[in-house]
Write a protein that binds this ligand. Structure first.
Ligand SMILES: Cc1cc2nc3c(=O)[nH]c(=O)nc-3n(C[C@H](O)[C@H](O)[C@H](O)COP(=O)(O)OP(=O)(O)OC[C@H]3O[C@@H](n4cnc5c(N)ncnc54)[C@H](O)[C@@H]3O)c2cc1C
Length: 480
């Protein structure tokens, strides 16, 4: 099994100042259950961070963002059950962890709590090749699952930028979206069934075991996006499709971001959903492609007849744009997952982050302009830019990138997010696929409005002691 570690390794150190690990009756109870328990400082340090820039800032300064009391590595659902039984008995907080690639602090444990490492839940199969259904452990990383499906000429088509460092459980717990989601749907769209362990240590199967059901509400949805606050996803049944061997690519220059958005809208309105339909503003186009105008990239894959039809609709709607070399798409494919610069920038004191939101087409140009204005007006901002990354019939995801320099990096960072979130909430969704975690917890109540009470009710019912990832989704307080 692939274990991508480089990006997640913690700087080496003696950790002399490490706070005391979990001890006494709780540790004894975990050990008595026969669990794989690790209280060593290096392991706890490694599990005390994720990819949230605030976490990266601490790591860059040589500090451990949060010290869990213990790391429990689960290798089976029954070990997840045992861990949660002990945590419930002693009211100890538990944070489910997959690849710890959360960029919003969702995988950061609570100080002194249990970091529950789920990457040992790495079974793949059985695969029902006829139906295209795969049962997969929550801790399986993207490349491992893709390799297993490839042997049957299948793929999920779910390709987040964090493909190599994230797990199935994390994709589902955050309602993630891959770069080809226009064609294949988001992670939540792939789910046909889930197994979930609740705070009291009992497990249940959810889902229809069929492509659709009308037998009450779809309860898998309660756990998709619950970010470890309502239960631990231990495995999922996902639907795969034929692995494509053919694609076509196009690239265009656009006069303005707003006019490019309208071309995207018209393409979707015509019924074409090319796997990739990404629109970059001129700042990102210059940075990524060395092109001095906004860029629209299009890629579709699959059966040649269907791809051909899709791309001819795209070409028709894009006829007024400036044709560019389709090799730009190959350049994007080659560099799309390279984020090595991010941690370096933080370590050098540059505050840099991305903010993904979603809104209807009618609101997107206004939303884009207002967020960019707000970010650029903030003292310290060096650059703010945007691209459109996932498109739907009725709207799209806008993905902002900002960077700034400040004597007070955290204050600058919070203020930038405050401004962007307030605007996003007015126009649409405050997150499209990264989730809430710690970073967006302070905005969750307002974003959900009256329905926040329903979420709180579910939390009380499923996790009465509030041990599951407290603070995330603003359940059990607002941690940051
Ligand atoms: C460079 C980079 C690029 C990224 N690109 C994308 C992208 O293109 N698309 C996208 O959607 N996201 C992206 N992300 C964000 C992140 O990778 C996703 O949120 C991913 O789904 C998290 O998976 P993970 O296994 O790392 O989960 P973790 O980070 O370990 O956990 C994330 C959250 O899910 C909970 N959780 C994890 N596993 C389980 C489980 N089995 N049961 C219950 N709760 C669980 C955790 O408690 C936490 O709240 C990116 C992140 C990075 C660092």
């Amino acid at each position: 099994m692939r274990r991508p570690v480089a990006a997640r390794d913690y700087p080496s150190g003696t950790f002399d100042a490490a706070p005391a690990p979990l001890e006494g009756v709780v540790l004894a109870a975990l050990t008595d259950e026969g669990l794989d328990v690790d209280t060593s400082a290096p392991t706890r340090a490694k599990h005390g961070r994720d990819w949230w820039p605030v976490s990266l800032l601490e790591v860059g300064a040589g500090r451990v963002p949060v010290w869990p009391g213990v790391v429990v590595r689960a290798h089976s659902e029954s070990q997840v059950e045992a861990t949660l039984r002990v945590a419930s008995r002693f009211a100890v907080p538990v944070t489910a962890q997959g690849g710890r690639s959360s960029v919003v602090g969702g995988a950061q444990p609570r100080p002194g709590g249990i970091a529950l490492d789920l990457t040992g839940l790495n079974a793949i199969g059985p695969i029902d090749v006829v139906s295209g259904l795969v049962e997969v452990g929550a801790g399986v990383f993207g490349p491992d699952l893709d390799e297993a499906l490839a042997t049957h000429s299948l793929t999920l088509g779910h390709l987040p930028q964090s493909f190599e460092i994230s797990t199935v459980g994390g994709w589902l717990a955050c309602r993630g979206a891959g770069q080809y989601s226009n064609r294949y749907g988001t992670a939540a769209d792939l789910v046909r069934g889930l197994r979930v362990t609740l705070a009291n240590g009992t497990s249940l199967a959810l889902g229809a075991r069929a492509p659709r059901a009308a037998v009450g509400p779809d309860l898998t949805q309660v756990f998709l996006g619950s970010e470890g606050t309502l239960g631990v996803i231990t495995s999922a049944t996902l639907v795969a499709r034929a692995r494509p061997s053919y694609d076509e690519r196009l690239a265009y220059g656009v006069a303005s971001f707003a006019s490019g958005l309208d071309v995207c809208r018209r393409i979707l309105r015509r019924g074409a959903s090319p796997a990739v339909l990404r629109l970059y503003d001129e700042i990102e186009a210059e940075r990524l492609f060395g092109v001095s105008q906004g860029v629209l990239l299009v890629l579709d894959e699959g059966e040649p007849a269907l791809v051909g039809a899709t791309m001819s609709l795209v070409a028709h709607e894009a006829a007024s744009l400036h044709p560019l070399d389709p090799a730009l798409v190959a350049h994007w494919l080659e560099h799309r997952n390279d984020v090595s610069a991010l941690a370096d920038l933080w370590a050098r004191g540059v505050v840099v982050d991305t903010i993904e939101v979603a809104a209807p087409w009618a609101a997107l140009a206004t939303l884009s302009g207002q967020v960019l204005d707000a970010l650029r007006r903030r003292e310290g901002t060096v650059v703010a830019s945007v691209h459109q990354s996932h498109a739907y019939l009725d709207g799209a995801c806008l993905y902002f990138t900002f960077a700034g320099l400040s004597e007070e990096p955290l204050a600058y960072y919070r203020a930038a997010w405050d401004a962007a979130m307030e605007i996003a909430r007015v126009h649409g969704a405050i997150s499209h696929h990264h989730g809430v975690g710690h970073n967006r917890a302070r905005f969750a109540r307002a974003a959900l409005g009256d329905s926040f009470g329903v979420l709180e009710g579910l939390k009380t019912f499923l996790d009465p002691q509030g041990i599951m990832n407290p603070g995330v989704l603003a359940l059990g307080g607002v941690p940051w």
